[in-house]
Design a binder for this molecule. Sequence first.
Ligand code: NAD
Length: 479
Amino acid sequence: MIEAKLFINGSWTEAKNGESFFCINPADESQVATCASASTADVDAAVSAARKAFDEGPWPKMQAAKRGRILNKLASLIQRDADELARLETLCTGKTWFDSRKIEIPFAGQVFSYYAGLSDKIGGRTLPSREDAFLMTIKQPIGVMAAIVPWNFPFLLSAWKIAPALAAGCTMIIKPASLTPLSILHFAKLCKEAGVPPGVFNILTGSGSTVGMGLVQHPGVDKIAFTGSTEVGQIVQAEAAKTCKRITLELGGKSPNIIFEDADIKAALRGALTGIFYNKGEVCAAGSRVLVQRSIYDNFVEQLGEKARKLKVGGPMEEGTRMGPVISDSQLNNALSFIQSAKDEGARLVAGGKRLTEFDKGFYLEPTVFADVSNEMRIAKEEIFGPVLSVIPFEDETEAWNIANATPYGLAAGIWTQDISRALRTVKAISAGTVWVNAYNLYDPGLPFGGFKQSGFGRELGLEALESYLETKSIWVQL
Ligand code: NAD
């Protein structure tokens, strides 16, 4: 069993109160790690290490190209240790080995490479607006950043915050979700190896209420980058306001995946399935509401149900498994309660709907599809964060847009059509931070990702994320 400590100021340390918690493998419910549970005193120690590394240390003052070289080194170390990182990721999350090893860990490496290249390209502007003065802006790192991340993509979502923050010259503390701290703890070893100076990168494992909230309230922290539920995001925002912290929030979603009658049906079926069943639906941008045009509805639903029933659910390390267990007992029960509510409200079950009984241990749920869902039902309104899909019929473009937008969320959307004008009209009409056309769940380090409405604000990835770790300083030189 792994015994994990806190990583503060470049060293591994026990929690000051000696407390710890267990991590469970959702595939077989075995205990895989004991992790230090940080106390308020540990939060203080980590913030003061990050503060010192920012205020006095070499990181923000280092030649930008040298910071870039260190980030590049991290990218290659991630590649070198991809097997181990993927193993730890799958161990805690239950995501398939394929998803960890072939998709998410390599993508995290690419994110580091992308920001490595940007670290020496951060600059301000000169403004030719006055004769009597020289006006310019420079960009400076915000300071100490605290990253609070969820359990669904523990390493990848951490990379989305760490890489731009370090490229900008910030120092930081990260608080992983308690269910899934192991991959990021391994990353601390890579930071040491790559030459990240002590105090620049710190890890505090522990509870949201003590560690997460401790960081949000701490006067030594300048920025919070939070990814998690809308509910906790709202608490974080209110609390961060008391010290006027800079904040970005990446929150929940209930994203529409819209299939028009002229879509390439084979591709749309694939997109509908990966949209909801990739990572067992534990995806903030999951296409959890599939909207299908009435003229192709019956046929589409039938094929979708058939394909969902054929998806192989099983041990995440087994070859051929398309869907591993959901993350925890409570997530499983949460999904089952949504399934019951859908039945009670009159939705039609076309696939799945039950816990898989062939496994003695582990949190396995059938890929579940409900048809004839109305947008007013609970399964269509609330984020389930599990492999449960709602299929909703629509008549025409306007009705599709109205249903798609009738949600407090606005994270992502998919559109399936071969008519470019219809695609672009729909792109404009949908309130969402990302719209995929004839694709779903695809990401690029340069393409910003984030929410409209209650899916949060600020952007991860791209130049936008880098900007969110920088302050603009205006300079007036009187001539
Ligand atoms: P969560 O909100 O329960 O927890 C997220 C993180 O916040 C965890 O590290 C948790 O320990 C911490 N936390 C909990 N209470 C806190 C508090 N009072 N103060 C400070 N920190 C606190 O979310 P989760 O269950 O880990 O993750 C699932 C949620 O995350 C879903 O709603 C999902 O949509 C969202 N999510 C969003 C994105 C995105 O990019 N928009 C990506 C992934 C997940």
